[in-house]
Design a protein. Structure first.
Length: 255
């Protein structure tokens, strides 16, 4: 406990990002001094953040793309606000005439989990389904990589590449086509020298969540994110710290 309450995950993330007040930073540092395991994780996050920042320094010098101009963002927000006002008006009208089902549907949509959660869940399910396969772990093997990527790209409507994960000890085994929510999804499978398998899952997804979302399902860890209208997820039976740099490498490949 501290004068501002217990140290929580938000405090640790703010410490990594350098967003704490001097007083709160001192309290977090005192907490880390007495919690070695948490300190190691925070130090790893700081190193990874600094490494990523160094790799992206060249991007900072590039002109801001039109989609990120203040005027563009304001126009998008105005459009979103108008849509929300229309949705509220429609909900009130439905409620007034006694159509309770519409009212509950609106609330169910409001309380729905982030889009990245759905991507992570689907990726984890696909991982568990095919990672245990011995005879047919993939639909098209890596020996036909060009054909595989061309086929999956056509079905996804997005150029799909197979990231080079050999620096992490993983080589491409192949991939397969999967059903998505409203369209197709793709799964690329990799393995290392010990036979441990890793999958990359890609499908169309709505939303603007570019931040990584971490999920653990048993021994399978998943990092998922959404960018440019597509959801991505990397899943493997490793720790969060081991999977994060792999997910960052995949993100850079597609961005």
């Amino acid at each position: 406990m501290t004068s501002d309450g217990p140290i929580v995950e938000d405090d640790l993330q703010a410490y990594v990002d350098g967003r704490l007040t001097d007083a709160r930073r001192a309290e977090v540092e005192a907490y880390l001094a007495h919690n070695a395991d948490v300190r190691e994780r925070v130090e790893l996050d700081i190193r990874q953040r600094n490494a990523l920042r160094g790799q992206l320094e060249a991007k900072f010098a590039e002109p801001v793309p039109p989609r990120l101009w203040l005027a563009t963002i304001r126009a998008a927000r105005r459009g979103t606000m108008i849509w929300r006002l229309k949705a509220v008006a429609a909900s009130l009208l439905i409620f007034t005439v006694g159509a309770g089902a519409g009212w509950f549907a609106a609330h169910r949509e409001t309380l729905a989990p982030p889009a990245t959660a759905g991507v992570a869940q689907n990726a984890s399910a696909a991982y568990r389904t095919y990672v245990v396969e011995v005879a047919h772990p993939v639909e098209v093997a890596a020996t036909q990589e060009a054909h595989l990527l061309q086929w999956l790209s056509r079905r996804l409507g997005k150029p799909l590449a197979a990231p080079d994960l050999t620096p992490f000890g993983y080589k491409l085994m192949g991939g397969r086509l999967l059903p998505g929510n409203d369209s197709a999804a793709a799964q690329l499978m990799y393995d290392d020298a010990s036979g441990k398998r890793l999958t990359l899952y890609v499908r169309a997804a709505q939303g603007g969540e570019t931040a990584f979302r971490f999920n653990r399902d048993g021994d399978a860890a998943t990092f998922a994110w959404i960018d440019q209208g597509f959801g991505f997820a990397v899943t493997a039976p490793v720790t969060r710290e081991e999977l994060l740099p792999i997910a960052e490498a995949v993100y850079r490949k597609f961005n």
